[in-house]
Structure formats: C-alpha cells, structure tokens
Design a protein around this ligand. Sequence first.
Ligand code: ZN
Length: 513
Amino acid sequence: MVGIIVDQMRYDYLYRYWEDMGENGIKRLVREGHVVHDGHYQYVPTFTAPGHASVYTGTGPALHGIIGNDWYSRQEKKSVYCAGDPDANTVGSSSAEGKMSPHRLRATTIADQLELATNRRSKTIGIAIKDRGGILPVGQLADGAYWFDKTEGRFITSDFYREALPGWIDQFNSRELPRQYLEQTWTTLLPMERYDESLPDDRSFERPYYGIEKAVFPYDLKKLVESRKEGDAPFGLLPATPFGNTYTTEFAKAAIVGEQMGQDAITDLLAVSYSSTDYVGHQFGPHSVEIQDTYLRLDREIEDLLNFLDEKVGLKNTLIFLTADHAGADVPGYIPNAAGYFKSGSFQEGLRKHLKDKYKTDPIAYYINQQIYFTRPWVADPQRLASDVRAFAANFAGVHSIVSLRDLAECNVMPGICDKIIKGYMPDRSGDLYVLLYPGWLPDYTEKGGTTHGSPYSYDTHVPIIFYGWGVAPGNNYSKVWIEDIAPTVCQLLKISLPSGCSGSPVVEVFEK
Ligand SMILES: [Zn+2]
C-alpha cells in the first residue's frame, strides 16, 4: 500500500493543468481510480501537521491532538512544535534536525494498526522532506520515518526509530543528489506559452527568492544558494524548488528496494509526502507559472513512481491513495473586495493594549493559530474577557467573529463553521478564543507575496482524494467525503482494525462489488 500526500494540493489542480499532464501520472490515477470530487477537511486550522495526522488517524485534532504545526503549551509556558522531542536524538547527521518523534500524537495511525494486525511483520515507512510529513502519518510503531536534513543535505531519522541508518540509506545519501539538484538552473519544463492556465510569469504578489528582485524564470539555483541569507541552511533552498519532490521520489524508490516492500504476503505501507508543492505555493501562490511547473514536474514524478511500483510489485497488487494535507487560498491581491490582508501584528498589539488599559496587566499569555490563550490563573471572569475582546475586534478589518473555544455549545456562527472549530479543539492544548476571519482574508505576512492556508473555508479544505488499484472500484464520486473517511476506507479494504480515534466512515462506493 502506498499513501501519497501532496502538500497544499488544491482539488482544482487536477483539472486546471490537465492538458499539460502526461498520460500515466496523475491522469492514470484519475482515469482508472476512484475519484472523490468533493473531499474536504472537517476541522480548523487547516495546517500541515494536523492534515497529515488526520489522513492516517481517521479523525481530527480534537482526538489526535495535533492542533497545529506549533501551539502554546501552558505547562511549558512556551510554543511547542508538533514533532519536536527534546529527548530524541538525530540519527544520520550531526545537526539537531532529527530531534523529533511522534510523542505528541494521541491516536494510532493506519500504519500502527497494520503493525498490530500483522504482529509487526509489516514494513511501514514514512518519508517526506518535512519531518512532520514523514513522522505523523506512520505514528508510534512504524519501522521508520525519514526526512530531509537541510544542514547536511541528506535523509535522516531519530533514535525514536533506530540507532543507525539502514545501509540502503547510507548508500542513497552518498549519491549526494541535493548537491546536484542545486547546481541546476530551474527553467520551465514546457515552453512558456504552454503556461496559459497561470498568470504571466512577472507579476506582483509573488514573493521572490531571497537575494533576487523578481520572481521570474529562469532561476539559477547555484547562485541563489551562494547568495543565501546569512545563517540559512546550505540546502535550505531545495525544499522550495520542485527538485525537493524529485528527491523524494528517488528516495521512495530506494525505500521500496531497500526494505523489500511488497515482496511477500504481508502488506507493507509506504507513506510518501511531497513537501515542495507547499513551499513553492507559499512563495508564489496558486496562479503562478512556478506552481504550475512544480505540478507538471510532480505529475512526471508520480508517473515514474507508478511505473516503478508496477515493475517491482505490480500496480494491481498495490492499493494507492492520493490526497493533500490542506489546500491553499487564492492570493488576495488578485481579488478585490472578496479578500484582504488581516493585520495580525497590530491586532495583537492593539488588543493587548486595550485589555491592559482595562485590567492593569496583560491577560494574554500567547497568540498563535488565530487563538488567544489567556493567562492562568484568570485575570478576570472569562466571559467578561471574551466580551472585551469582541468589543475590540468589532472594529478590526477582516474579523468575522470571536468564538469562545471553551463554550463551543454557544458558537453562533454558521453550524458548518462551528463544527469545524469543535473538531479542531483539544482542551489541554487549544487556546481560549478563536479569531474567525472573513472568507478570503489572510494574515498580512502574505502581503509580501504568495499565499497561505489554515481557514475553515473551501479554498483551504477542498482537496483531491483518489483511491486506486487493489480492491478499488473505479469511478467518479460526487458525494461529500471528509478527510477522516480515508483511513476507515483503507482499513476496511485491508480488513484490519480502525485507528484508535477513528471518527470517519468508509466510502463504500470505493469497494468492489
Ligand atoms: Zn502542508
């Protein structure tokens, strides 16, 4: 079984770039697979870590506990990272980038259940450029999770999984592919006139790479690496180019061979996450030539991976799903009136001042993920504090409502939105109030260019969900499917127990009659 998550992939990309895709990559999955056309995230915030955890646990942050990439820990009185683990050590390099583990994940994953079902005889491996993209999908019992070390330019892991890298990874790392990728110039895969699904290359609202003025092709990567910002990791540019995905594909192929996956009667799981689409999306936005080129190249990578699987395992013996960890917003700068930039810095500053004037002390311990964490013990009655925040926010551009996370029964925005907020809330990790913005409003750091995600709105929740291969009935599915439905569907196909917190339902149309 192979799970593919494409970081920040919007549903519309499947069709927007259709005419420029190859015949045997994404098109093969769409034509021969079971395509869910209205697949959505069921919670907020729609970020990478909750997304990866939700796909593989079959539930949302309210039960698996990954409420953001980072959140505020009241116990530690600081922000903590979803996969960060001070007790873990890097394996495979001398940097600190391997101090990671899934210790904050509170539910089991498909991989955990597969390990339990087979008495640990399955091979379960998670891989991604991003550590959280490799770790969270496979969870606690996996044989391994591997991610990219930007300092040394190699795949690494942590001693949570093992004491040394397996030989096939040492061998893979010795090929020094990142060095080769970063000596290239990134030009468009097809002639520029073929990119008429995107805005012209030279547009505002794209954020150029550090050290250059304009976000236009061609990109001399070698020069960009040489002139990188002081203190930036030597291989830090790779994830933000399509070649991060190329590298991931090469590593996935090496893992299939190195771990002898799919070679016996026991089901194995390879969880691949393509991270570079997200970095490029943030940098240039969904209407850029850069993101189109990244997807056209990814389409070729997926074709390469499918062909490889066909040769080594046989596609008819392989259950594949493809989805995304969240989608991404259209760039507000291109959409007058129905979008805007929310000045998060001045919101926080103004709010703190407003409350401090009133209470003679700052009652806000932290602000993150559009959530306000009040200090404990409470400076004042929680309801009074909330109404003071509402009074301040009423005049602030972009704010729709201030929702009390502790009294969600009283949530009085649209039921669908309240539902998403409830499904993203975990009592001991989430904040006290949630700042809901209007549709199309993004935090103002994106004003420099590019886009982001995180909201409960369709541009962030609507993602492709495709099932393909072993046991899958091909077809088009126009019903609403939630992301938490993927895991129970896959577990039913494999005839194994559901992950511990699973709250989705199987997509029964996927099953062969
Ligand atoms: Zn992401």
